[in-house]
Ligand binder design. Structure first.
Ligand code: ZN
Length: 673
């Protein structure tokens, strides 16, 4: 949906308030594209704005890297579609052209041919014939940049068709299914011509088990076998992806010149050194400096970071996020961190499983200024880095909540009919409207800053004792810690919530989501697999069952539809406390059987009738289950002498224009790398 404001070309003001901001940008397939505000950007100093501008540029320059990492044909497909889209001479209102537009938008959303969340390859709704004819109708000079030396348009078409249309080619981006070669069956481009066992042998030879400060082997390279020889192609200047990395380094150098302080300059310079050398020891030096820079207001992530895209968890996908600290909101996480010991001491957990001394986590609330690479268009709402375990243990980690993104989610959800459809009465809806944003953020803070860090293992207990159930139990533990304390009088005493009733908004939504509405994301006939979803159902289903004698929670029927009703919030809080105590016991003692019973009995199975009902009701609302974002546009304002006078933020770019602009201005990689 394009807003009227955009259609008539009115430029939105630089500091719009949440109320007069239009959060919705576009909608296609199962995706809705939103925009986000950057509140208080104008309150930053000129130097800070300049720093952000350069870091933003460095962020956008990495875009092509992720496309190529996700699949070796992604850049070719994106460039071909964009060329057709921009130069198409046929009927731009035809069904086929609209389908091509949708497919191109989906490619941008997934940074390639696979769905960003399910990671399945999606197949376009236009025909092979249509694509073929569209490519052939292009002027030769438009096709030329898409061809490899010696190729003709016909070769290009023969190369593209199977990758785009054949469901058996690259069916999944990252294959996690057991029992097959995960490298050969994954569609991404971290490995080539090599089997899983060869990869495992290659890296296990590198590792030294006695090393207490191991580098993240394989993080910044593609592993290939060429003429029988296995070698790493390192992502660095002069190595793989050099032309994009050159640009990133160029902008990082500019950023370094306007750093806020010496510590931050050192952080940026270490990152530059890493991009130049590709040396993972240098990367760790950079990560250690980065995690210790707590004074700078501007901060960033830029590099080969998360390893979810590699089935073996070695290769880092490129991402960047630039941000500045939201000083007002960070007071909230600081209050929580500074009371960490009180929360630990007063939790309902058995004393022998508690930490005698809690180490506060450095946590802050941030305002994102740009999302890029694996953070764009879909983005996390919280990040906790660095990933290297030994650095986390020795130097700690930084945990952030990206509040201008959660704000966009919350506002976009307002008035979309979801609460009207699924909440029991106006009482719940009113409370949600008034408090849900606040309590949601607070629950996330408690989960991240305290929940994961609370409790301890008994001596000799293996941290991996719960095996495949470990991550569900761990998420449940952190969620329960947060739920228990959101409803504690201490929270209003610390002025973290304005009202003694506010916590009920979080409780109701949590239970409604865990018992019912999260099922909208599950395909009919399937069980729950994802560990965060399992954890939510585990908690909701357990307290529902245990609260039955006191009628704490009911599922009531009205006109044949089911609704969650919470009758006793205080008792519900007691039940959260009981489950927290039990889950902490399971974790602390490594009780595998206990963990398995909880997960298998409460977290996995889906009530088929309720599931069908929820899906039916959700479908009527015509909502997109996944969200992506467009970034604001930043412009340098200079005087006649070329001195920078200001950096302006505008919010009127739509999804298509933004992605076409990025492809034009920030695309330095060759089509094949
Ligand atoms: Zn968590």
């Amino acid at each position: 949906m394009t807003s009227i404001l955009i259609a008539c070309g009115t430029q939105k003001s630089a500091s719009p308030t949440a109320e007069d901001f239009d959060y919705t940008v576009d909608k296609f397939a199962d995706i809705e594209i939103l925009r986000y505000r950057v509140p208080d950007f104008d309150s930053l100093s000129l130097k800070q704005k300049e720093l952000i501008y350069y870091l933003n540029q460095a962020a956008l320059e990495g875009r092509d890297i992720l496309y190529d990492q996700n699949n070796k044909y992604n850049l070719l497909i994106r460039r071909t579609l964009e060329t057709v889209y921009t130069n198409y001479k046929g009927d731009r209102k035809s069904a086929d052209f609209e389908r091509l537009t949708t497919y191109m938008k989906r490619i941008w959303m997934g940074n390639g041919i696979h769905h960003h969340y399910s990671e399945d390859k999606f197949i376009p709704e236009f025909s092979e014939k249509f694509l073929e004819a569209s490519i052939k109708s292009l002027e030769p000079e438009l096709i030329a940049p898409l061809l490899q030396p010696g190729e003709k348009a016909e070769n290009l078409i023969q190369k593209l068709l199977p990758v785009i249309f054949d469901p058996t080619i690259y069916p999944k981006r990252t294959n996690q299914a057991d029992g097959v070669d995960l490298i050969l069956t994954s569609g991404n481009n971290y490995y080539e011509g090599i089997t899983q066992s060869e990869v495992e042998a290659f890296y296990s030879k590198m590792k030294n088990p006695g090393d207490s400060t191991p580098v993240s082997y394989g993080l910044n390279s593609k592993l290939v076998k060429e003429n029988g020889i296995i070698k790493e192609k390192i992502y660095k200047q002069g190595g793989l992806y050099s032309s994009a990395i050159d640009k990133i380094v160029y902008w990082l150098k500019k950023a370094s010149e306007v750093a806020e302080n010496e510590k931050q300059r050192d952080v940026i310079n270490s990152l530059i050194k890493f991009y130049i050398t590709g040396d993972l020891k240098v990367y760790d030096e950079y990560a250690i400096k980065w995690v210790q820079d707590l004074d700078s207001q501007v901060d960033f992530v830029n590099g080969f970071t998360e390893t979810y895209g590699d089935p073996l968890g070695l290769k880092g996908s490129w991402e960047s996020l630039v941000n500045f600290k939201n000083i007002e909101a960070t007071k909230r996480t600081e209050i929580i961190s500074s009371n960490a010991q009180w929360f630990e001491d007063n939790s309902p957990v058995d004393a022998k499983y508690k930490k005698e001394k809690v180490k506060g986590v450095s946590a802050k609330v941030i305002t994102a200024t740009i999302l890029a690479g694996d953070c764009y268009p879909a983005t996390p709402i919280g990040i906790n880095l660095p990933n290297a375990n030994w650095i986390r243990a020795e130097y700690g980690s930084k945990s952030v909540t990206i509040e201008n993104i959660t704000e966009a989610y919350d506002h976009a959800a307002m008035g979309n009919g979801f609460n009207e459809e699924f909440m029991w009465s106006d009482e719940e809806r009113k409370r949600a409207k008034e408090f849900a944003s606040l309590t949601n953020n607070l629950h996330t803070d408690l989960h991240e800053c305290l929940g994961h860090g609370s409790g301890k293992l008994l001596p000799g207990v293996d941290p991996d004792a719960l095996k495949a159930y470990g991550s569900t139990i761990e998420e449940a533990r952190a969620d329960l810690f947060g739920l228990y304390y959101v409803g504690d009088p201490k929270i209003t005493e610390l002025k973290l919530l304005p009202d003694k009733e506010a916590y009920k908004a979080e409780y109701y939504q949590f239970i409604m989501n865990g018992l019912m509405t999260q099922l909208t994301r599950i395909q009919p006939g399937k069980n729950i697999e994802e560990s965060h979803m399992r954890n939510r159902q585990l908690i909701a289903a357990w307290v529902y069952e245990k609260g039955k004698p006191d009628n704490v929670i009911e599922i009531k029927k009205r006109d044949g539809e089911s609704f969650v009703v919470v009758n006793n919030y205080e008792k519900l809080r007691t039940l959260f406390g009981q489950l927290l105590a039990e889950i902490q016991r399971i974790k602390s003692t490594g009780d595998f059987e206990g963990g398995r019973n909880l997960v298998e009995n409460y977290a996995v199975k889906v009530d088929a009738a309720l599931h069908a009902e929820v899906l039916e009701r959700y479908k009527k609302l015509n909502l997109a289950p996944y969200k992506g974002f467009v970034n604001p546009v930043y412009t340098l304002e200079t005087n006649k002498k070329g001195d920078i006078k200001d950096v302006k933020v505008t919010y009127d770019e739509n999804y298509i224009d933004q992605n076409l602009r990025y492809s034009k201005d920030y695309s330095s990689l060759p089509t094949f790398n």
